[in-house]
Design a binder for this molecule. Structure first.
Ligand code: F0G
Length: 358
């Protein structure tokens, strides 16, 4: 089970954790080697807080986001149950992941996305893996209604996180955190959109605490964008809007599960401006060498805004999940960056040295 040994080759989350997952016996693992992602110590955030802050870098998964953990489980079970096609609604990452695992499994992937509102790289992933990509005049919540409707009526497997098997796969991230740190952290911070991931982490932490692999469970804090903050407001948002398109969601499917995770852990939800999220994305890239997509920086932005408000993490162990890779949405990152320096020289060492300021 451990990934500490020099000779151990990571086999993907199903084979690494199969006895701990509630999936049918004998489910063949359709895997692209997901999971086993790095937990990187942040000197920057540890220095700021006086605690030990770790980043769980989920952009290192095969399709560049944490979705692959749940997708290996959902697609494996769908294949085991005889599915020929699968469907999901997505703000981009779920569709990229589903398309890849469906390709590997020989299923037909059908993707419903909000028209014009997903990052081009994510659309490219779905298309290149062979998905039928359908753009919907509406938002993610409309897409999810359609995808549920299709799965109710037609022979397609629904692989959004309303499918409980997805959470079984995604909870392995909490297992990995505990396996790596030796115990659960004091706090766990993350972005939240459709609310499956926070619910899955909480499942994982509870399971490890119940089995004695962890002595405690973390306080769970999850962060939304101000323009798409139904969990903070306590009611659905009809027209969610944020540059962090991955979490542009007005009516999260796992609302109740996430509230339970918040309440049982003594945690909370909070909202952040796009400006703050994008600033955190840029600072994380510059200071820690970790490039994440805008939504993925919400946990870091949340910590920075809490520190500003006088919150203390001194002496605490904190894990922040950064959910997806920066290469998923370079457009938004560059827009925030501003003017791109255009330095052109003749091919001469002196010119290069002068341009570099040496
Ligand atoms: N971060 C990223 C990069 C995401 O893509 C998502 C969700 C979240 C955070 C929020 O996770 O929904 O479990 O609360 N993306 C979904 C998608 C909705 O379709 O790719 P959550």
């Amino acid at each position: 089970m451990s990934n500490q040994s020099a000779v151990h080759q990571w086999r993907g989350v199903i084979e690494e954790y199969r006895p701990l997952l509630d999936i049918p016996d004998g489910t063949p693992a359709i895997s692209l080697g997901e999971g086993g992602t790095p937990l990187v110590h942040s000197e920057w955030l540890s220095g700021l807080t006086g605690g030990e802050v770790w980043l769980k870098i989920e952009g290192n998964n095969p399709t560049g986001s944490f979705k692959d953990r749940g997708m290996t489980a959902a697609i494996s079970v769908a294949v085991f149950e005889g599915a020929k096609a699968c469907v999901c609604a997505s703000t981009g990452n779920t569709s990229a992941s589903m398309a890849a695992y469906a390709a590997k499994a020989g299923l037909t992937p059908i993707v419903l996305v909000p028209e014009g509102k997903i990052a081009p790289s994510k659309l490219a992933q779905a298309l290149v893996h062979g998905a039928k990509v359908i753009q919907v005049r509406g938002n993610f919540d409309d897409c999810l209604k359609l995808s549920r409707g299709l799965a109710d009526t037609y022979p397609v497997a629904l692989v959004n996180s309303v499918n409980p098997v997805r959470l079984e796969g995604q909870k392995t991230a909490a297992f990995e955190v505990v396996d790596r740190l030796g115990d659960a952290p004091d706090y766990h911070l993350m972005p939240i959109g459709n609310a499956g991931n926070m619910s899955a982490y909480w499942l994982g932490y509870q399971q490890y605490a119940a089995s004695g692999r962890a002595t405690k469970k973390p306080v769970m804090r999850a962060f939304q964008a101000e323009g798409a903050a139904p969990l903070v407001l306590g009611h659905p948002v009809d027209y969610p809007e944020t540059k962090a398109t991955a979490i542009r969601i007005g009516n999260p499917a796992s609302w109740k599960l996430a509230e339970t995770a918040r309440d049982e852990s003594g945690g909370r939800f909070a909202a952040l401006s796009d400006q703050r999220i994008l600033a955190a994305q840029a600072e994380l890239a510059r200071r820690d060498g970790v490039f994440v997509e805008p939504a993925s920086a919400a946990g870091v932005a949340g910590m920075l805004s809490e520190l500003e408000a006088g919150e203390s993490y001194a002496g605490a162990t904190v894990v922040i999940t950064v959910t997806g890779h920066g290469l998923k949405d370079t457009g938004t990152a560059l827009e925030f960056f501003g003017d791109i320096p255009h330095v052109v020289i003749d091919s001469e060492i002196e010119s290069a040295a002068a341009a570099a300021g040496l």
